[in-house]
Design a protein around this ligand. Structure first.
Ligand SMILES: C[S@@+](CC[C@H](N)C(=O)[O-])C[C@H]1O[C@@H](n2cnc3c(N)ncnc32)[C@H](O)[C@@H]1O
Ligand code: SF4
Length: 309
């Protein structure tokens, strides 16, 4: 296990959307205490990259911008993923002033009807929000934050990836595109209803799509950030990048193996407010070297991260 290189922090589980595949809608709807955020940031002083997002809409946290500024003042690269629905003029200016580096905006289908069916929001509004964001950024003569897309691919949307790339280019977005597949881990599946169960892709389909989507991104010269957490190519990583050098801290301050580990149980590394960072690190080592077994709900073999190998 290497040194921690990236930390993902879940600022909130609250959301204004109800996407069909989102387990966060079944969690307690709470915001992270700012003191927990500070403790994490202070505990991982040397970590370069912070991603501030989890199973909720980050912009709903009343102190989201304070979190970003705190991490930026420490010299970190800060990213988030947003549904993009809350980009009012004031919020955009706040984000510009926060100096956040990258905002990925989630999209599965560049089509009003499908977007509404999946996310429950307006696609047209999303597009006008992105345009306003980029206009204001230009008015303020800033290069950052860069705006990218985060794409969750499912059966009904798998043929739309090229359209999403074209949309990205027509909007003059510049943060790159990261895509991943509808999560197959047992923990997630238990929340899928009929509408989502039949949307899962087989292993063979996933492999083909990785090949095709990477080819499209390269052909259209769009930055491929398909590992949005580490910026690394999993093909070149011996193990899972999360296990090797990542950590996920949930809204309650529990340090977990990865962003897909959602259950606070005996498998967590410990709570950052009550345990010293060394104890959390020691538990992490035990898990990585197999001394702590994997829970059935988080079987790495079923994870799309491992799948990219
Ligand atoms: C949970 S959301 C939180 C940030 C924000 N609310 C948003 O939707 O962008 C983070 C990312 O996870 C993706 N996501 C949510 N549920 C998923 C699932 N079951 N499988 C794969 N990706 C999922 C979303 O599409 C989004 O890109
Ligand atoms: S917008 Fe994000 S957090 Fe909200 S329901 Fe959709 S995926 Fe979940």
């Amino acid at each position: 296990m290497g040194k921690i290189k990236f930390v993902q922090i879940e600022p909130t589980t609250r959301c204004n959307y109800k996407c069909v595949f989102c387990c966060g809608r079944y969690f307690d709807q709470v915001d992270m205490d700012f003191q927990i955020f500070k403790k994490v940031a202070d505990s991982y002083q040397d970590v370069e990259k912070f991603q501030i997002q989890g199973e909720g809409e980050p912009l709903l946290h009343p102190q989201f911008l304070d979190m970003v500024k705190y991490a930026k003042d420490m010299g970190k690269t800060v990213q988030t993923i947003s549904n993009g629905s809350l980009f009012t003029r004031d919020r955009i200016i706040g984000l510009l002033e926060s100096k956040i580096d990258t905002i990925y905006i989630s999209i599965e289908a560049p089509d009003d009807k499908m977007f509404r069916e999946i996310r429950g929001g307006s696609y047209e509004k999303l597009i006008s929000n992105i345009k306003l964001f980029l206009e204001l950024r230009e008015q303020y003569q800033l290069q950052k934050p860069v705006l990218g897309f985060a794409v969750t691919i499912m059966k009904s949307t798998k043929g739309m990836f090229e359209e999403i790339i074209d949309l990205y280019q027509s909007l003059h977005m510049d943060g790159g595109i990261t895509y991943h597949f509808l999560n197959k881990l047992p923990f997630y599946i238990r929340y899928y209803g009929d509408k989502v169960d039949n949307q899962l892709l087989s292993r063979a389909e996933t492999k083909l799509l990785i090949h095709e989507n990477d080819r499209l991104l390269a052909q259209k010269q769009v930055i491929d950030l398909s590992d949005h957490t580490t910026g690394e190519d999993y093909d070149n990583v011996g193990n899972c990048a999360w296990l090797d050098h990542g950590i996920y801290v949930n809204v309650r301050g529990n340090a977990m193996r990865c962003a897909f580990d959602k259950e606070d149980n005996e498998f967590t590394y410990g709570n950052v407010m009550t345990e010293p960072v060394e104890a959390v690190e020691a538990r992490k080592s035990q898990f990585v070297n197999g001394a702590i077994p994997q829970p059935a709900t988080l079987n790495c073999e079923k994870c799309h991260v491992f799948r990219r190998k």
